[in-house]
Write a protein that binds this ligand. Sequence first.
Ligand code: ZN
Length: 576
Amino acid sequence: MVRDYARHVVRLWATSDGVPVTVKKTDKQTWCCDPCDGPLEVSYEVYASELSVRAAHLDTTHGYFNGTSVFLCPEGKEARPCVVDIQAPRGHGYAGWRVATAMNRRDAAPHGFGTYQAADYEELVDHPVEMGTFDLASFKACGVPHEVVLSGRHRADVDRLCADLRRVCERHIRFFGEPAPMERYVFLIMALGEGYGGLEHRASCSLLCSRNDLPREGEHSIDEGYRRFLGLCSHEYFHTWNVKRIKPAAFVPYDLSREVHTRLLWAFEGITSYYDDLNLVRTGLLTPESYLELLGQLVTRVWRGRGRFKQSVAESSFDAWTKFYKQDENAPNAIVSYYTKGALVALAVDLQLRRETNNRCSLDDVMRALWERYGKSGQGVPEDGVERLAEEVSGIPLGDFFDQALRGTEDLPLAEMLAYLGVDFELRCAESQEDRGGKPASKAPDKPRAVLGVRSMSKNSGCTLTHVFEGGAAHAAGLSASDVVVAVNGIRVTGNELESVVGAYSVGDRISVHVFRRDELMEFQVELQEAPADTCVLHMMQNVDESMRARREAWLGVVSEETARAVGSGTSSNQL
Ligand SMILES: [Zn+2]
């Protein structure tokens, strides 16, 4: 998305040897200074109040910025080295402030204020900076120093966090092959009450999380929140290779002034989304069962949107600027995510290669080949580069497969493909709109569940329809997103009651629904439909033969007790 950071430039002026220079703004983000003889000094004030991983935020508790939010780019001089002087705020309250960034220091002491440097503008804006009274911890992964910088109030067990992150980092470094491509790495973590987000950089990442997602002292298990946080860390760290170094040719060099199009985002976000959790199970931090639950939730997210029948992942990538990042109430009916479907495509590529080569080759090999051919040299990946390399590495033709998976809109044959690994693929109806899938139904339903085919939320003393699914009962009856449901069959509906009220009826029943559309009261007759089977649960098949178990274990990177016994190693649950 074009985020127009220049809108936060409050005022800007220029001088040369103390004499004012006339500045003229030529478009929304460009200023042009009159010619002058001496050096030109441009000063500007930036408003920084967006607490997200992608912007800049400054208040009395801390400062954080991405270079894209604060540094002007001198046109035509992008390749020149840059020096940044970060000055400490004045006042006693800030005596304890430090600086954390992956940017190289010039005169600044470690974690100190002072000067930092970057080889060019692109590098300058690829090292976000945090300053404040953060907690700082460190560890080494494959010999590379890593820092964990924790801002915001929290009660995290930092030692455990470091130990777990080290396992994740070493897994990724060894996946692509030592040595790691960076000399040091920084995790910049902001803990809040609520929040979730991450952004990758060449030698750091910025993460935003709920403080409840961080592990606490005395806890040893991995709950849902911590599992999600580790998945996020794993995701951004994988990007250190896949998109920061292996990148689309369209991004080399990156033009920050306008939209840059590629059909490859499925490979950079989808493959990264596939490996973020898969590599957690391969480190032993996730159990295979826990991983299958996450994979089932991923399938569910894709299967819930009918937009997947209209937009391919290649199109989703190409139109990310105006569709994926500008979603409206019709998004589930119109688009598919290159993250979620991209991750399923990655799974399908992996399974296709394993099956067609009798487990000789997998997506792991393709990723390593991408790293060797494109990532190490910084040469961009052509639009057909991933497909060509997958064919080259595996030696099998994949044209029809990729046409269907990347440019087609039919569902991927995952049930059949997962069976090769001894994994059962099951679809069931959602129990409620909170049901994210991945787990069996909590109880066997007495009768098929009747639904309106909407998503709703409690709002405006009624129940606002946030999404109306194409082909569903509400859609067929003429209901529309933003309608506020106030009564069903003449009885008032408040808050989140709508789903349970409707669920008490049977499939095929006709009900009367009163809604406010804008300020007009309207009545609709709705014939209830059966909840679609769009909720996925994956199970390990029991009693599989030795070869199937070996294939599954090669995929998950985990050796079961049975296999360990069979080879007589005497150890159990050995991680490869
Ligand atoms: Zn990503």
